[in-house]
Write a protein that binds this ligand. Structure first.
Ligand SMILES: C[S@@+](CC[C@H](N)C(=O)[O-])C[C@H]1O[C@@H](n2cnc3c(N)ncnc32)[C@H](O)[C@@H]1O
Length: 386
């Protein structure tokens, strides 16, 4: 209870629930927790990612993550005939660490691409621009910024590559449960103890339609999250991208696995100071709330709007095929001490570790628009890598 009192957002959400006649959808609750201006988890000051935050992402593990992505971006640029101007748009760019690793690598490996590149940072939290300028100090002339709303409104268009790491898992989702009477949605109301969930008829027929489109039938008793914002986002990306690629990295599964009976409680999780928390109703605005991504919907929604799937698979397979071995050999050669070599090896191992590690929990999806027969590094056969 002490934790609840510390959250200034708690009263804001309670007032909203009262204004709306006693309840809001879980999606609205999660939106407020993460993105309420000035008070949400991502829209209030303070670092969220890294040692001083609440969780790590691949970006903080080792710069090789960004370097391998940069290798693949160079290949995308070549696939498009090495155009003079090429734009990289990163959504959810946080403090700009991935952007910096990518631009460092492009300047080193492909100076012609670097000379015509623009790196556009899109971030929900505007105050992160100062951190981005600091992180990316050596690439300032290459940088541009856009608001997420510009992308949603369709006022941004570009040719190049749209990329994100751990973006879609941070979109607010609806919560549903299958009951003997049919699909029900979770609403958030106020109780004496704080917030309380109520199950009722879905707020929109889109929830049932979403499950039907991916041919998922939830068994009675199963809970699940439905991310209606994900296909909307795919639509806006497809509108903005004139020609090029979309590279999406996140944790998740194809629909049959995500919505399978092995996950009776869905995938919703909270992060607070490097610990997982199951209760999303404590510490509103002070802990991260996240759900696994339904990659089937990203693929299907993309195909409907001209974004064709080029490659989908586990992060370890992407990294290995797109240049991790080359990067590892270079690191070994550059390292001056055994300790440094060991540190590098351990970090790289973390990025590709399977059976619940980052290597297979994370998936990579690459989609293309207007690129004939793309041939990317991640599509290489392992036997022909070196
Ligand atoms: C889980 S963090 C990942 C940060 C970084 N990409 C990384 O991998 O370390 C998600 C980030 O996406 C941002 N974000 C969420 N929705 C967004 C949107 N619609 N447009 C731009 N940024 C968004 C959040 O503010 C947050 O910084």
């Amino acid at each position: 209870m002490e934790q609840l009192e510390k959250s200034p957002l708690r009263q804001v959400i309670m007032d909203r629930i009262a204004e709306r006649g006693g309840r809001i959808t879980f999606e609205e609750y999660m939106h407020a927790c993460l993105y309420e201006p000035g008070l949400g988890y991502y829209t209030s000051p303070g670092r969220k990612v890294g040692a001083e935050g609440d969780f790590y992402t691949s970006i903080n593990v080792h710069r090789v993550f960004g370097r391998v992505i940069a290798r693949e971006i160079c290949r995308m640029w070549e696939n498009m005939g090495s155009p003079e101007r090429f734009e990289l748009v990163e959504c959810g760019a946080a403090a700009g660490v991935l952007a910096n690793d990518i631009l460092d690598t492009i300047s080193e490996l492909a100076p012609d691409l670097y000379s015509g590149v623009t790196y556009r940072l899109v971030e929900m939290e505007p105050s992160l621009r100062d951190a981005q300028r600091e992180t990316l100090a050596s690439h300032l002339p290459k940088l541009a910024w856009s608001e997420p709303a510009e992308l949603e409104a369709g006022s941004l268009t570009f040719t190049g590559c749209y990329l994100s790491n751990e973006l879609v898992d941070s979109f607010p989702t609806h919560l549903v449960e299958m009951t003997p009477q049919g699909l029900r949605e979770a609403f958030v109301a106020v109780s004496e103890a704080g917030f309380a969930e109520q199950l009722d008829n879905p707020s929109t027929p889109e929830l049932q339609a979403y499950l039907e489109r991916i041919t998922v039938r939830l068994p009675v008793g199963q809970r699940a999250e439905i991310n209606l914002n994900a296909p909307r986002w795919v639509n806006s990306v497809a509108k903005a991208l004139t020609q090029g690629f979309v590279l999406t990295i996140d944790y998740g599964y194809l629909a049959p696995e995500l919505y399978g009976s092995m996950r009776p409680n869905g995938t919703l999780l909270c992060y607070y100071r490097h610990t997982t928390v199951e209760d999303p109703y404590i510490r509103p605005g002070l802990q991260d709330i996240t759900t696994h991504v339904d990659f089937s919907t990203l693929i299907r929604a993309g195909e409907e709007v001209g974004l064709h799937k080029v490659w989908y698979g586990e992060q370890y397979r992407f990294l290995m095929a797109a240049g991790l071995m080359e990067e590892m050999m270079a690191l070994e050669a550059q390292a001056t001490t055994e300790e440094e070599k060991l540190k590098n090896r351990l970090a790289l191992k973390k990025l590709i570790l399977t059976e619940g590690g980052m290597g297979d929990t994370f998936k990579v999806l690459i989609q293309a628009k207007g690129v004939a027969a793309p041939s990317l590094l991640c599509q290489r056969e392992w036997g022909k890598l070196l």
